[in-house]
Design a protein around this ligand. Structure first.
Ligand SMILES: [Zn+2]
Ligand SMILES: [Zn+2]
Length: 119
């Protein structure tokens, strides 16, 4: 591949924004990626920030889902455990507690699975 702006010179890399080949003279270093000097430095920087931000947001969403999973899991175990222990004394009412517990555990698993998508 040769430089897009100097077809007689070999390219040392390609622009992050437009993917064109760049020789040493046309290369601008933005953070740690290459961009067309005086042309796409701004665009490359903006694209880098966008990627970094969406990555950060995804990680935060994952953490939030994980927190929900832990919360639902704990409350679900409490409800189910309480219902299980009281089953002999409360009968149908205890079954109701166990059902709530099971539903919360299901929500915990769903949240946990969702959190793993945001790594
Ligand atoms: Zn470019
Ligand atoms: Zn060039």
């Amino acid at each position: 591949m040769n430089c897009f702006y100097h077809p007689d010179r070999p390219a040392v890399g390609s622009c992050k924004h437009c993917q064109r080949g760049l020789c040493t003279e046309c290369t601008a270093l933005v953070e740690d990626v290459l961009a067309c000097k005086d042309r796409h430095e701004g665009q490359a920087r903006a694209e880098l920030q966008l990627t970094a931000r969406s990555l950060f947001q995804s990680q935060r969403m994952g953490a939030a889902y994980l927190r929900n999973a832990i919360f639902y899991g704990l409350v679900g175990v409490l409800f189910a455990g309480f219902g299980w222990m009281q089953l002999r004394f409360l009968g149908l009412q205890a079954v109701f507690f166990i059902l709530i517990g099971a539903f919360l555990l299901y929500a915990a698993i769903a949240n946990y699975l969702e959190s793993r998508k945001h790594k």
